[in-house]
Design a protein around this ligand. Structure first.
Ligand code: GMT
Length: 375
């Protein structure tokens, strides 16, 4: 099949899922056309079945905000027509589902429309999409898609609660490459960072408010207060970075916290981690937690959104009430003090990750594509 995938090109989240899905489909012989305003971060190698189409758009003095959604729709008309696409799969509703609808309407004028599938990822529904300035357009665009998927039961239910949805939403969870994301021998790296055998806690995010990175720092502070020697590695960057640095200064723990910024090979860092922290205020799936679990790292998370569908309390880690850094800290201490417990949770985390193995989920997408194409 010739498949168009519209995505955000950024680190993490929907962009990673869309890119890895496209790579998986290409390795099965499909021709995959990625479409975005920049080359996706995870699209780092040449593959004979993969093309990338950059959406360019002109500035004009009249436009304070150049209309990307219109430029995307125009590019889609061109790509669908000249690359003979059979199907368009857009990731993140805003504005991708809307641009896809517009492009399809233009093509339908000459009888050339194609099926459009929209995958909902999270903030397109729970935060941005629910803003009244977008709600009618998001509702309309979801309802006009030929197929709609969500990355967790929670997101499906939340979408139906928040919007007047007419079509059935299929749940296809996110996935993981178990070969790439596995614990590997990195003792030299661990020695360099923790010369005295200190424990390693890791957090990965885009440092937006919703990720509550300051809670991560508070949990870590509790670990240090318990007398456990440890380091916290913070991976990623974003708007809350300064706030988080200030928190570390306030708690006088700057020497124990390393800000590593955006990293390509997260699996190398996860390989030396003893514990992963994800105390988010909203998380429809929690791909970062799945990456950690696949590298045999137990997870402490908040018990919100799709996280309970992934992290199993007492088995792969622990789930706590939102903002309860006291309890999260207590669980962290109990894991880090007890090597047997840490190992049991770590092994279970890896086993749980196997449920989300890449090829199983690519199968689900292929089956779903076939059912939507049949109509
Ligand atoms: O805010 C983000 O974390 C990015 C966002 C996205 O759509 O790019 O991530 C969402 O989609 C991910 C992939 O499906 C999920 O794993 C994340 O849980 C989800 N983030 C939130 O719901 C906050």
């Amino acid at each position: 099949m010739n498949i168009g995938i519209v995505l955000y090109p950024t680190y993490g989240g929907s962009g990673v899922v869309a890119t890895e899905l496209g790579k998986g489909l290409a390795s099965r012989g499909h021709n995959v056309h990625f479409i975005s305003y920049a080359r996706p971060m995870r699209l780092d190698e040449f593959h004979e079945n993969i093309s990338f189409h950059e959406v360019t758009f002109s500035a004009y003095p009249l436009f304070e905000y150049p209309p990307y959604d219109l430029a995307l729709a125009s590019h889609l008309v061109d790509i669908i027509t000249y690359q003979n696409l059979d199907l368009l799969h857009v990731h993140y509703a805003i504005p991708h589902a809307t641009s896809a609808y517009l492009a399809n309407q233009i093509l339908k004028e000459s009888g050339n429309g194609i099926p459009v599938i929209t995958t909902l990822h999270g903030t397109d529904i729970t935060i941005v999409g629910s803003d009244p300035s977008y709600t009618p357009v998001v509702t309309f665009s979801i309802n006009k898609s030929d197929g709609v998927t969500a990355v967790s039961d929670y997101l499906r239910d939340e979408t139906c609660k928040r919007f007047d949805i007419k079509n059935k939403i299929e749940v296809i969870p996110n996935f993981i490459d178990l070969v790439r994301f596995r614990k590997s021998e990195k003792s030299h790296f661990k020695k360099a960072l923790c010369p005295n055998g200190e424990k390693v806690l890791v957090h990965v995010s885009n440092f937006r408010e919703v990720k509550r990175v300051s809670d991560t720092v508070e949990i870590f502070h509790k670990v240090l207060q318990s007398g456990i020697a440890a380091h916290l590695l913070l991976i990623g960057d974003g708007p809350d970075r300064q706030k988080v640095e200030n928190k570390c200064r306030e708690l006088k723990i700057c020497g124990k916290v390393r800000f590593l910024g955006k990293q390509e090979k997260i699996e190398d860092i996860l390989s030396i981690a003893d514990l992963f922290l994800i105390p988010s205020g909203s998380e429809t799936f929690g791909l970062a937690a799945l990456e950690a679990m696949s590298c045999s790292v137990p997870v402490i998370s908040s018990n919100i959104g799709g996280l309970p569908e992934l992290n199993i309390h007492g088995e792969t880690g622990y789930l706590c009430d939102l903002g309860d850094t006291e309890e999260m800290g207590n669980f962290a201490v109990s894991i880090l003090r007890d090597d047997k417990l840490q190992k049991k949770l770590a092994d279970n985390a890896r086993k749980r990750a196997e449920v989300f193995e890449l090829s199983k989920i690519v199968d689900l997408y292929e089956d779903y594509y076939a059912s939507v194409m049949k109509g």
